[in-house]
Design a protein around this ligand. Sequence first.
Ligand code: 1GP
Length: 255
Amino acid sequence: RLTSLYDALSKRRTHGQKSLAVLLDPDNLDEASCRQLLELSEQHTVEYFFVGGSLVMNTRQAALIRFIKSRSSIPVLLFPSHSLHLDDQADGILLLSLISGRNPDFLIGQHVIAAPLLRQSNLQILPTGYMLVDTGRQTTASYISGTTPLPHDKPSIAACTAMAGEQLGLRLMYLDGGSGALYPVAPAMIRAVRQAVDVPLIVGGGINTTEKAQAALAAGADIIVVGNQIEKAPEFLAEMSKVVHSFNSVATKTA
Ligand code: 1GP
């Protein structure tokens, strides 16, 4: 089921247009802060909301998605860590295969459990090669998945992993330092992956300044994901949106 969301995403990639995704973690957001983030996202451009986290400790995910959908037209993509985290109210799902790891459960096991549910749902499916990168400390994602992240300073391993993922048919790549990473994925790694594959490239984890965002985008990220920093300082969303979309005016002029 290839989808209109994927078509739009890959068209943006073809035209060199960068996008901002805001990660909304159901565990960290109350209704008031969510309302504020939605208002800011409508005022400044945000292309996607990602909803999820390595652990979903409470039962608020469904309520959060309902809240977003009732107030915003920005597409909501599930960013699940488990087949239990499906929700048909979202627009689509990043169907993650954890290709940096060697845990069969996150390469195919969870997907088998989710498959019949996904088939019945209306969720648009975005098959995504998910690569965790070591960025200074063990992240929840790496601990929960029981996998070793890619070494930060080995861009060639990341490039070959992405290449294999693309050859297996995955349609997006996601380089993730993990939420709250001490430092973001290195530009050299982003560049190596960008050169290795054609599919749209998502980069996130530890992007907490506009300089880091700028560096990731210049190295070839198509979509950057920001979670923690926007939760901590919602006004940062405006600055971030400006940086991401400043690349697009250049892309439009040179197109
Ligand atoms: C984590 O890429 C996301 O999966 C976002 O990370 O919360 O550090 O911005 P941050």
